[in-house]
Design a protein around this ligand. Structure first.
Ligand code: SF4
Ligand code: SF4
Length: 94
């Protein structure tokens, strides 16, 4: 069994602090930093919680490469994870 993990990755030096992603996130998962980047803009950052992977932030950001949404599948069933680890260990040992 797997669980999908999603989170936004924001390049703070490319962010111009327009707040579109902050306003657009239905989970209120993106915040605006009090600090400034090298260009003098306050930048957006992920709160660390709540992202569902809807990608609204990605599609609303006007700055190329400032914001991406990363997703991966995590194995949550321990017995399956143990089986995969055991198989990998077996292969590595031969
Ligand atoms: S992908 Fe959706 S839920 Fe996740 S941070 Fe972006 S707008 Fe918010
Ligand atoms: S929409 Fe893009 S440029 Fe605007 S605050 Fe969010 S990451 Fe920064």
């Amino acid at each position: 069994m797997t669980e999908e993990i999603s989170y936004p990755v924001i390049n703070k030096e490319l962010c111009k602090g327009c707040m579109r992603c902050i306003v657009g996130c239905p989970q209120n998962a993106i915040l605006l930093s009090d600090d400034m980047n090298d260009a003098g803009y306050q930048f957006a950052y992920y709160s660390g919680n709540g992202c569902t992977g809807c990608k609204d932030c990605y599609f609303t950001c006007p700055e190329p490469l400032a914001l991406e949404v990363h997703q991966y599948k995590k194995i949550v069933n321990d017995s399956v994870a143990k089986m995969i680890k055991a198989k990998a260990a077996g292969k590595g040992g031969k």
